[in-house]
Design a protein around this ligand. Sequence first.
Ligand code: GRF
Length: 185
Amino acid sequence: MRLGILISGRGSNMRSIVGAVRDGRLSAEVALVLSNKQRAPGLSWALENGLPTAAVSRKGLDREAFDARIDAELRSAGVDLVVLAGFMRVLSPWFVRQWRIVNIHPSLLPDFPGLDVHQRALDAGVSESGCTVHFVDEGVDTGPIIAQRRVPVLAGDTEDSLAARILEQEHVLYPEAIQRVIDGD
Ligand code: GRF
């Protein structure tokens, strides 16, 4: 299975997937790391680590043209599965119909979709949170759930401390969930 990983920022989930491929926990190949930000730290890391990369900026493009550029990059890299890893753009319904796409979100979906997740979880006073890997459909964080991991919310937690506790679990969950998709579970 050839993965096309889409990022916008630091790319720690992308790095955990690359690590899992390299040490044989994930039977896939990273065919492309694509960022919509030329300066994303994750993109520099991917370049330095010899991975195929692409940068597609949204600047000057409408959503259809932007998605068509991404689609073309993925096709020329021979991608089978699109993996969103901190990709901060919503993809068009057209794009979503072209590809099999998975995403990771730092909450126990269906709770707290969208942005500002950790603060909303803290404000709601939940006793646990976590992360979810799901298939991407036309909504925002609404597609069928593949796997989740839970973490406790602790007294005194801040947005940052909760985000860090969840991120650790994201790095375990995402490679495992992708392997399940590959295995057809
Ligand atoms: C992660 O928390 C992920 O769940 C969310 O965006 C963040 C990306 O972090 N979708 P990274 O770029 O993978 O480090």
